[in-house]
Design a protein around this ligand. Structure first.
Ligand SMILES: Cc1cc2nc3c(=O)[nH]c(=O)nc-3n(C[C@H](O)[C@H](O)[C@H](O)COP(=O)(O)OP(=O)(O)OC[C@H]3O[C@@H](n4cnc5c(N)ncnc54)[C@H](O)[C@@H]3O)c2cc1C
Length: 438
């Protein structure tokens, strides 16, 4: 325990230093002289990726017409949703205004993209606007397909033991209402994740760990059964992390149902139906059920021909080079953030490393050259294992662990410092990223 404290203290100093470095970064971005251009750049989506990229491009380019298209007036700091759904933050912690983060000199069209025609280089909005572009960046995140779960609808969240924290801040707060009843009354808690790719694959585990911890703190763990059910064969995509989580689940008495895909719920009977690896239907009772639905690209990605034709065919992710994030067939198009069809990287931490790559290649292309920056698949997940403890898991395309503070923050240890990373430092870093400063 003493050693743990010393490690945390050293790590805290490293964190303070890292915070300082992030604050110092704006100077770095005021590097090269701005490039003069009249290029028309359209960015679809003003979430984490689109906003961060727009802020960086306005500094690099002079005279460019940069247009963002996004119907959502509210910006959502999604990593905060896990904290809201465990009663640790209010829903407002997650919400700001999209326009708060946008730089001067860009145009925001508050509308939804309905279609992209990459042959004639146009983007059409639902409101009937049609824009021509020279360069296009796809950053629309992903769609949560709640309708894919038979019998489920979002208006159930918070009632009858049903939670769905991915759906947004209000739903995350209602998830905590349902989860806190489970914490008070005990019973059987079922925690799920989808078969598709998903953003922050650690979040289903975090919710399970946090509610387990809430039950223990309430002195009620003995009255509860916790079951984690997932379509995959392992608890995490990185084998060494999966093994660590398996051990922690064992210690905490959390049961698993691997190769179980949630198909349907019957809220009246409180039964969830899964299909197992052999395609058989399996019924599981619940008193609390956490639903994370299948996740896909927005419809225009399927219709535009920009998605992979031979991978993730039901999910529609953009067909890009994993290193440059440039579209495989349309060199004037890039994808960044959750919509990118790359094997890892659906986290805000990945966005932080992806955005400078797209910036580099886009600006170099405008100048008639080639970019040199590459993305290595960096993905990060501060995996909360109880209130006040987390493991700072960072990895790349090859499943190598890539710790930011080697020798200081051990990735597979449950540390207070890693919890602080999630609880405090992540939001500051995220906000700096949005402004194009980190
Ligand atoms: C519960 C949860 C926990 C998470 N925890 C972490 C964490 O701990 N660490 C971490 O790094 N990441 C975490 N993430 C993941 C992170 O939030 C996302 O990976 C990140 O927000 C992706 O950025 P993005 O710009 O691709 O998508 P988003 O930030 O979702 O933005 C996409 C934008 O595109 C817009 N859009 C969608 N469709 C259209 C359309 N047709 N036309 C125009 N605009 C459109 C949307 O309105 C939205 O504003 C978490 C996510 C969730 C849900």
């Amino acid at each position: 325990m003493k050693e743990d404290f010393r490690t945390d203290r050293r790590a805290f100093l490293a964190l303070a230093a890292a915070g300082g470095a992030a604050v110092a970064l704006p100077g770095q971005t005021a590097r090269a002289q701005a490039v003069s251009t009249s290029a028309r750049i359209v960015i679809i989506g003003a979430g984490a990726a689109g906003t961060a990229l727009a802020n960086r491009l306005v500094r690099r380019l002079e005279g460019a017409q940069i247009t963002l298209i996004d119907p959502r007036a509210e910006h959502l700091y999604q990593p905060g949703l896990s904290l809201v759904a465990a009663g640790l933050k209010p829903p407002g912690y997650v919400v700001s205004q999209t326009t708060d983060w946008l730089p001067r000199g860009v145009t925001l069209i508050p509308d939804r993209v309905a279609a992209v025609d990459p042959e004639i280089r146009t983007v059409d909005t639902e409101g009937g606007e049609s824009l021509s572009y020279d360069y296009l960046v796809l950053a629309p995140g992903l769609v949560l397909d709640h309708d894919a779960i038979e019998g489920f609808s979002l208006d159930m969240v918070g009632r009858d033991g049903i939670g769905a924290l991915y759906a947004g801040p209000d739903y995350a707060a209602r998830t905590w209402e349902a989860a806190s009843r489970f914490v008070e009354e005990g019973g059987r808690g079922l925690f799920t994740r989808p078969a598709t790719e998903m953003k922050c694959a650690g979040a289903p585990l975090k919710h399970t760990f946090l509610i387990d911890d809430r039950l223990r703190r309430a002195g009620n763990r003995g009255a509860a059964e916790i079951v984690y059910a997932a379509p995959q064969g392992a608890l995490f995509g990185v084998p060494i992390v999966a093994e660590k989580v398996r051990m922690l689940f064992g210690d905490r008495g959390i049961e698993t149902r691997m190769n179980h895909t949630l198909q349907a719920i019957d809220p009246g009977r409180k039964i969830a139906t899964f299909t197992d690896a052999d395609g058989f239907a399996r019924e599981e009772e619940y008193d609390y059920l956490h639903v994370i639905p299948p996740q896909r690209a927005p419809q225009f990605m399927f219709d535009s021909g920009l998605a992979w034709a031979d991978r993730w065919t039901d999910q529609g992710w953009a067909e890009v080079d994993p290193a440059t994030l440039r579209h495989a067939r349309y060199p004037e198009i890039w994808a960044v953030g959750d919509v990118a069809g790359v094997p890892k990287g659906k986290t805000a931490a990945s966005v932080k490393w992806q955005v400078p790559v797209v910036e580099d290649h886009l600006v170099a292309t405008i100048q008639g050259g080639e970019g040199t920056e590459t993305y290595n698949g960096y993905t990060s997940c501060p995996l909360i294992t109880r209130i006040g403890r987390a493991m700072l898991i960072e990895f790349d395309y090859q499943n190598n662990l890539t710790p930011s503070f080697p020798g200081i923050i051990a990735p597979l240890e449950e540390l207070w410092i890693s919890w602080l990373m999630k609880e405090i430092a992540l939001k500051a870093t995220y906000n700096a990223m949005l402004r194009g400063d980190a």
